[in-house]
Design a protein around this ligand. Structure first.
Ligand code: 13P
Length: 251
């Protein structure tokens, strides 16, 4: 099955409104932008820059998404934003279960499962992140860990269509460290995740869900990673802050 490549920039807690305008201006001025026929592109800015980026990209082929959400539609949850609010603001997708949220903000598999259900309820495409720590990898536990993360998330989330979910394999030791997974390491994890999806749903879902790699993706290593059979694109942190680097990765 052919899967269209997808490259998403996760800006994390970077880029104010004015900085988002500047990024967009530089993006528009690039000589060589990626061909939207070949690759889908998305950016997940901080909540406060969603509005500006949605307005700027209104007539352009760019998906805009949030980096987190709350699972209830509304209520007394100070500091939280719901899936419905994100959809109403014009978001297309939402990142769920990023390792920084798991490690720094106590995100649990149970919450992640609720967030997936909330994204579906509001019509947002969930981009679910899984990945192991360096210790887990050296103990040979990579597959156990990412299988558990994925199975938990799928507990209450039936995938009836390959377009209903995007997975991101982000080994924690590769995030922001410059230590990218080798193409073989990433491919092995992606293939394994695809098998779990096929077993949890069916072979069409297994073959059709896009699985992105994330962790120190740069223009210099993107091509060799993307050449692997089961790597369908990237979730890019640091390099996505620079429009030229982001475009080069996607090209
Ligand atoms: P870096 O590309 O900065 O390593 O970050 C990866 C990431 O966490 C994307 O979600």
């Amino acid at each position: 099955m052919s899967r269209k490549k997808l490259v998403i920039g996760n800006w994390k807690m970077h880029h104010t409104g004015p900085e988002t305008h500047h990024w967009w201006q530089r993006w528009q001025e690039l000589d060589e932008r990626p061909d939207p026929q070949q690759v889908d592109l998305g950016v997940a800015p901080p909540f406060t820059s969603l509005g500006p980026l949605i307005d700027l990209s209104r007539h352009h082929p760019l998906l805009v998404g949030a980096q987190n959400l709350h699972w209830e539609s509304s209520g007394a949850f100070t500091g939280e934003v719901s899936a419905e609010m994100l959809a109403e603001a014009g978001c297309d997708f939402v990142i769920i279960g990023h390792s920084e949220r798991r490690q720094l903000f106590g995100e649990t598999d149970t919450r992640i499962a609720r967030k997936l259900a909330a994204a579906r309820r509001a019509g947002l495409l969930p981009v679910l992140c899984v990945g192991e720590t360096a210790d887990e990898r050296s103990a040979g536990r990579t597959e156990v860990v990412i299988e558990e993360q994925l199975q938990h998330a799928l507990d209450h989330f039936e995938i009836d269509d390959p377009g209903a979910l995007v997975l991101a394999y982000e080994p924690i030791w590769a995030i922001g460290t410059g230590q990218t997974a080798t193409p073989a390491q990433a491919q092995a994890a992606h293939r394994f995740l695809r098998e779990i999806l096929a077993a949890a749903a069916d072979s069409q879902v297994g073959a059709g869900v896009r699985i992105l790699y994330g962790g120190s993706v740069k223009p210099a290593n993107a091509a060799e990673l993307a050449a692997e059979d089961d790597i369908d694109g990237f979730l890019v942190g640091g390099a996505s802050l620079d429009p030229a680097a982001f475009a080069a990765i996607a090209r």
